[in-house]
Design a protein around this ligand. Structure first.
Ligand code: FES
Length: 140
Protein backbone atom coordinates (compact mmCIF):
# COMPACT_ATOMS: atom_id res chain seq x y z
CA UNK A 1 0.00 0.00 0.00
CA UNK A 2 1.34 3.42 -0.96
CA UNK A 3 1.07 6.23 1.55
CA UNK A 4 1.73 9.76 0.32
CA UNK A 5 1.70 13.01 2.12
CA UNK A 6 0.08 15.37 -0.35
CA UNK A 7 0.67 18.30 1.99
CA UNK A 8 4.43 17.95 1.83
CA UNK A 9 5.31 21.06 -0.19
CA UNK A 10 8.86 19.88 -0.67
CA UNK A 11 7.91 16.77 -2.56
CA UNK A 12 7.45 16.92 -6.30
CA UNK A 13 3.92 16.28 -7.66
CA UNK A 14 4.87 13.00 -9.24
CA UNK A 15 6.01 11.76 -5.85
CA UNK A 16 2.93 12.94 -3.99
CA UNK A 17 0.12 11.79 -6.28
CA UNK A 18 -1.59 8.63 -5.06
CA UNK A 19 -1.74 7.32 -8.65
CA UNK A 20 0.97 6.05 -10.96
CA UNK A 21 1.37 7.63 -14.40
CA UNK A 22 -0.10 4.47 -15.91
CA UNK A 23 -3.17 4.69 -13.67
CA UNK A 24 -3.71 8.32 -14.64
CA UNK A 25 -3.35 7.49 -18.34
CA UNK A 26 -5.84 4.63 -17.97
CA UNK A 27 -8.32 6.94 -16.25
CA UNK A 28 -7.97 9.52 -19.01
CA UNK A 29 -8.45 6.86 -21.64
CA UNK A 30 -11.57 5.53 -19.89
CA UNK A 31 -12.95 9.03 -19.42
CA UNK A 32 -12.59 9.87 -23.08
CA UNK A 33 -13.39 6.50 -24.61
CA UNK A 34 -16.22 7.00 -27.05
CA UNK A 35 -17.85 5.06 -29.83
CA UNK A 36 -19.30 6.67 -32.92
CA UNK A 37 -22.89 5.50 -33.36
CA UNK A 38 -25.26 6.33 -36.22
CA UNK A 39 -28.95 6.52 -35.44
CA UNK A 40 -31.16 6.48 -38.53
CA UNK A 41 -34.69 7.83 -38.22
CA UNK A 42 -37.48 5.89 -39.91
CA UNK A 43 -37.55 8.51 -42.67
CA UNK A 44 -33.83 8.09 -43.34
CA UNK A 45 -32.35 11.07 -41.50
CA UNK A 46 -29.03 10.05 -39.98
CA UNK A 47 -27.51 11.25 -36.73
CA UNK A 48 -23.92 10.23 -36.05
CA UNK A 49 -22.76 11.01 -32.54
CA UNK A 50 -20.01 10.02 -30.13
CA UNK A 51 -21.30 8.10 -27.14
CA UNK A 52 -19.18 7.50 -24.06
CA UNK A 53 -18.31 3.98 -23.10
CA UNK A 54 -20.46 2.74 -20.25
CA UNK A 55 -23.61 4.52 -21.39
CA UNK A 56 -26.28 2.57 -23.22
CA UNK A 57 -27.18 3.09 -26.86
CA UNK A 58 -30.50 4.50 -25.60
CA UNK A 59 -28.70 7.03 -23.37
CA UNK A 60 -26.60 8.08 -26.36
CA UNK A 61 -29.77 8.95 -28.27
CA UNK A 62 -31.41 10.64 -25.30
CA UNK A 63 -28.36 12.75 -24.44
CA UNK A 64 -28.06 13.93 -28.05
CA UNK A 65 -31.80 14.69 -28.46
CA UNK A 66 -32.17 12.20 -31.26
CA UNK A 67 -35.84 11.63 -32.11
CA UNK A 68 -37.38 8.18 -32.43
CA UNK A 69 -36.24 6.58 -29.19
CA UNK A 70 -38.63 7.46 -26.38
CA UNK A 71 -37.33 5.31 -23.49
CA UNK A 72 -40.41 5.82 -21.32
CA UNK A 73 -39.17 3.57 -18.50
CA UNK A 74 -35.77 5.23 -18.35
CA UNK A 75 -33.85 2.10 -19.22
CA UNK A 76 -35.44 -0.47 -16.91
CA UNK A 77 -36.35 -2.82 -19.76
CA UNK A 78 -40.01 -2.33 -18.95
CA UNK A 79 -41.52 -0.36 -21.86
CA UNK A 80 -39.96 -1.36 -25.22
CA UNK A 81 -40.05 2.27 -26.46
CA UNK A 82 -36.30 2.24 -27.08
CA UNK A 83 -36.70 -0.34 -29.83
CA UNK A 84 -34.44 -0.21 -32.91
CA UNK A 85 -33.45 -2.42 -35.80
CA UNK A 86 -29.74 -3.21 -35.78
CA UNK A 87 -27.95 -2.83 -39.13
CA UNK A 88 -27.47 -6.34 -40.59
CA UNK A 89 -23.67 -5.97 -40.45
CA UNK A 90 -23.87 -5.47 -36.69
CA UNK A 91 -26.38 -8.09 -35.56
CA UNK A 92 -23.73 -10.68 -34.75
CA UNK A 93 -21.24 -8.19 -33.31
CA UNK A 94 -23.21 -6.94 -30.34
CA UNK A 95 -23.78 -8.99 -27.18
CA UNK A 96 -26.80 -11.28 -27.37
CA UNK A 97 -30.08 -10.26 -25.74
CA UNK A 98 -31.16 -11.89 -22.50
CA UNK A 99 -34.59 -13.38 -21.74
CA UNK A 100 -35.95 -10.18 -20.22
CA UNK A 101 -35.14 -8.16 -23.35
CA UNK A 102 -36.50 -10.95 -25.54
CA UNK A 103 -39.82 -10.91 -23.64
CA UNK A 104 -40.11 -7.13 -23.69
CA UNK A 105 -39.49 -7.03 -27.45
CA UNK A 106 -42.83 -8.82 -27.87
CA UNK A 107 -44.45 -5.49 -26.95
CA UNK A 108 -42.44 -3.44 -29.45
CA UNK A 109 -43.91 -2.06 -32.68
CA UNK A 110 -43.30 -4.50 -35.54
CA UNK A 111 -40.33 -6.30 -34.04
CA UNK A 112 -37.99 -8.15 -36.36
CA UNK A 113 -36.81 -11.35 -34.62
CA UNK A 114 -33.44 -11.13 -36.35
CA UNK A 115 -32.64 -7.43 -35.93
CA UNK A 116 -34.77 -5.89 -33.18
CA UNK A 117 -33.11 -4.80 -29.96
CA UNK A 118 -33.88 -2.59 -27.00
CA UNK A 119 -31.22 0.11 -26.93
CA UNK A 120 -31.36 0.45 -23.15
CA UNK A 121 -29.92 -3.05 -22.93
CA UNK A 122 -26.88 -2.42 -25.13
CA UNK A 123 -23.85 -1.00 -23.31
CA UNK A 124 -21.50 1.13 -25.37
CA UNK A 125 -17.91 -0.09 -25.61
CA UNK A 126 -15.06 0.45 -28.07
CA UNK A 127 -16.35 -2.63 -29.88
CA UNK A 128 -19.44 -0.67 -30.97
CA UNK A 129 -17.42 1.92 -32.92
CA UNK A 130 -19.39 2.46 -36.15
CA UNK A 131 -22.64 0.83 -34.96
CA UNK A 132 -25.71 1.70 -37.05
CA UNK A 133 -29.24 1.38 -35.72
CA UNK A 134 -32.55 2.33 -37.33
CA UNK A 135 -35.61 3.45 -35.47
CA UNK A 136 -39.00 1.88 -36.27
CA UNK A 137 -41.85 3.89 -37.76
CA UNK A 138 -43.14 4.45 -34.23
CA UNK A 139 -42.63 3.20 -30.70
CA UNK A 140 -45.56 0.97 -29.66
S1 FES B 1 -36.14 2.30 -22.12
FE1 FES B 1 -37.84 1.09 -21.55
S2 FES B 1 -37.35 -0.84 -22.35
FE2 FES B 1 -35.65 0.38 -22.93
Amino acid sequence: MRIHNIFDRNSHWKHSTPFTKEEIDNRKRKTHAMAKITYVEHGGTEHTVEVANGLTVMEGARDNNIPGIEADCGGACACSTCHVYIHPDWVEKIPAKDDMEEDMLDFAYEPDPARSRLTCQIKVTDALEGLIVQMPEKQI
